[in-house]
Design a protein around this ligand. Structure first.
Ligand SMILES: [Zn+2]
Length: 479
């Protein structure tokens, strides 16, 4: 249903095309929108199976089935379901028949006996016999059941989904991303320091009002991704403030840090005392122990744990253990790779040869020079890139061009998009003074409409004063 917003203009377009080329079997399609003339005497037995316009409508039908995870009919079956609905109302000689269509059930005064009508808001098919339109079946539903008959053409493509890239209440790099559709939330990471917990918790409470985070994904065992799950005394973290449904986290870790031990203890307590379920990314991609590779969270929206080698192979860099998640919303894809570095990105691409074009990519490793490499970018050709960092902070280096977001990352991403957004801006790294850059970044979509807004402003990175003072936009970049 939802994809009719896209198909409706196509149908109008197709009508014009069909009318202009005099397509015989569908000549009457235009009559609904024209003067109602339907003087075609051509027999309805005209072969339509090879017509590219009909094929194009079929392709849209297949696409809509894919978006709804329903099995499409074969082209022949589909065609038959349309033609078959006409039954024996064949050629009526001087009156002729038409294949009509519109949004909603056909008006009783519409058409003439022998006409076939397709309701493009529901895919219901009617034929007109003895002056009355009779429902003949549904060409999309597997059972031909008119269950969708009540839907109207103004439905959106999928459920609405918002992605919030949180600010963390300090001048440190860290990830915390909340994805919300309806009452279902998926939280990816909760950095950046133990002291961030109150900021993280209060922000999450704005969006998660039922106290339950259905899914929690924890990419890897570094403090800037896990500290706010734990918090500290008087500043309790996510686990103490929310019930968690399914927790999916890293399969391997190298660090022996106290925060990682505290995270794991708190996670295990969620499981033993609060009913959470825990899987590693490896269990997900192997679908063992009840874990799944893909979870559907709303109509037309799912996320998939993507395979990469370092769920099961040792690597010298903790970042390469990052859990990688691909969200799909209708035709749109959003990729989250934690702090994955080049080796991990190479593996990700190798093991997922069908990685799609991504509407959104969370820059790997806070916009580090060692992540968001071309091996990955050239596959996903990102349209929008969000960076979770404190721009220009000296937290990790005094070398300006390697401070997040790095010049090297900008140079690589610029080939694909200028739409780069950054959460926070360093004012004084030594004093941990910071302010918002875009601020909390919110991405919203219904699978058709798409928007990105910052709580502070919507300015893309290359247009910011900070960028102009510290970075250059490459000549071969998208201008
Ligand atoms: Zn990190």
């Amino acid at each position: 249903m939802r994809f009719w917003k896209k198909l409706a203009p196509f149908m109008v377009c197709a009508t014009l095309v069909l009318a202009s080329v005099g397509f015989s079997s569908c000549k009457a399609i235009g009559s609904l929108f024209g003067n109602g003339s339907s003087d075609d005497n051509t027999s309805q037995s005209t072969e339509t199976s090879e017509d590219p316009e009909i094929r194009a409508v079929y392709e849209l039908y297949v696409k809509s089935c894919a978006a709804e995870n329903t099995e499409p009919k074969t082209y022949e079956e589909w065609l038959k379901s349309i033609q078959g609905a006409k039954g024996d109302q064949g050629d009526k000689g001087e009156t002729g028949n038409g294949w009509l269509y519109g949004n909603g059930a056909p008006a009783s005064t519409l058409g003439r006996n022998g006409d076939l009508y397709l309701d493009y808001s529901s895919w219901n098919v009617y034929t007109k016999d003895n002056g009355t339109w009779t429902y003949r079946g549904n060409i999309k539903g597997a059972k031909g059941d008119p269950a969708d008959g009540g839907s109207s053409g103004d439905e959106t493509a999928t459920a609405t989904m918002d992605i919030h890239f949180l600010e963390l209440g300090n001048g440190n790099a860290g990830d915390c991303i909340l994805i919300k559709t309806g009452n279902t939330e998926v939280l990816i990471d909760a950095g950046s320091k133990r002291g961030s917990a109150p900021t993280v918790v209060s922000t999450l409470k704005k969006y998660c009002t039922d106290g339950l985070l259905e899914y929690v994904i924890v990419t890897h065992a570094h403090e800037d991704h896990i500290a706010s799950f734990v918090g500290e005394t008087g500043k309790e973290g996510v686990f103490a403030n929310f019930k968690c449904g399914t927790i999916i986290d890293y399969a391997k870790k190298k660090t022996t840090s106290q925060i990682s031990k505290d995270y794991e203890a708190a996670r295990d307590k969620e499981v033993s005392q609060d009913g959470a379920v825990h899987y590693t990314a490896l269990q997900c991609v192997q679908e063992t122990g009840g874990a799944k590779k893909e979870y559907t969270i709303a109509e037309g929206i799912s996320f998939e744990i993507l395979e990469q080698a370092y769920y099961s192979t040792t690597n010298s860099d903790e970042n390469n253990y990052s859990v990688c998640t691909l969200f799909t919303q209708g035709d749109y894809h959003y990729l989250f790779t934690g702090d994955l570095e080049e080796a991990g990105e190479q593996s990700l691409v190798q093991l997922n040869p069908d990685l799609p074009h991504c509407k959104l990519f969370k820059a790997g490793h806070h916009g580090s020079k060692t992540s968001s490499n071309d091996v990955l970018l050239s596959k996903i050709t990102p349209e929008n890139v969000c960076v979770c960092c404190c721009a220009g902070s000296s937290e990790y280096t005094d070398n300006d061009e390697n401070q997040f977001p790095t010049q090297a990352m900008v140079d690589r991403v610029a080939k694909y998009t200028k739409n780069i957004y950054v959460t926070t801006l360093s004012v004084d790294g030594t004093a941990n003074k910071y302010t918002s850059m875009n601020g909390e970044i919110t991405v919203s979509s219904n699978g058709i409409d798409f928007s990105i807004h910052g709580s502070n402003n919507d300015t893309i990175l290359k247009e910011t004063a900070w960028f102009q003072a510290h970075r250059t936009w490459p000549a071969n970049g998208v201008q």
